[in-house]
Write a protein that binds this ligand. Structure first.
Ligand SMILES: [Zn+2]
Length: 99
């Protein structure tokens, strides 16, 4: 897939070289394999320069840590609890003459 992308970073367009030692453009999984990405699918691969590859890997590692620490169910809008209506305050539905 590096060859398909022409050894060009997908994020910054950095033009790497297939002969660089050490490699300056690396193969990256768009969807991390740990997240269910296809490991050998060319469609899930992209060329990234080394700095971008490192940054993406670090971000994925941080995201994985966050996901693991978020196993508790998330309460939605914990501060917004509608008080139960006690009757008497129900607005009348608009009648046929309401304008
Ligand atoms: Zn880059």
């Amino acid at each position: 897939m590096l060859h398909r992308d022409g050894y060009r970073c997908r994020q910054c367009g950095y033009q790497g070289s297939p002969h660089a030692k050490p490699a300056d453009v690396e193969a990256d999984h768009i969807v991390n394999v740990a997240d269910g990405g296809a490991e050998f699918d060319l469609a899930n691969g992209q060329a990234l320069c080394v700095p971008h590859h490192k940054r993406k890997s670090a971000a994925e590692a941080a995201k994985a840590r966050t996901a693991r620490s978020r196993l508790r169910p998330i309460r939605r809008h914990p501060g917004r609890i509608d008080p139960p209506s006690k009757g008497g305050g129900t607005p009348l539905p608009p009648g046929p003459n309401a304008h």
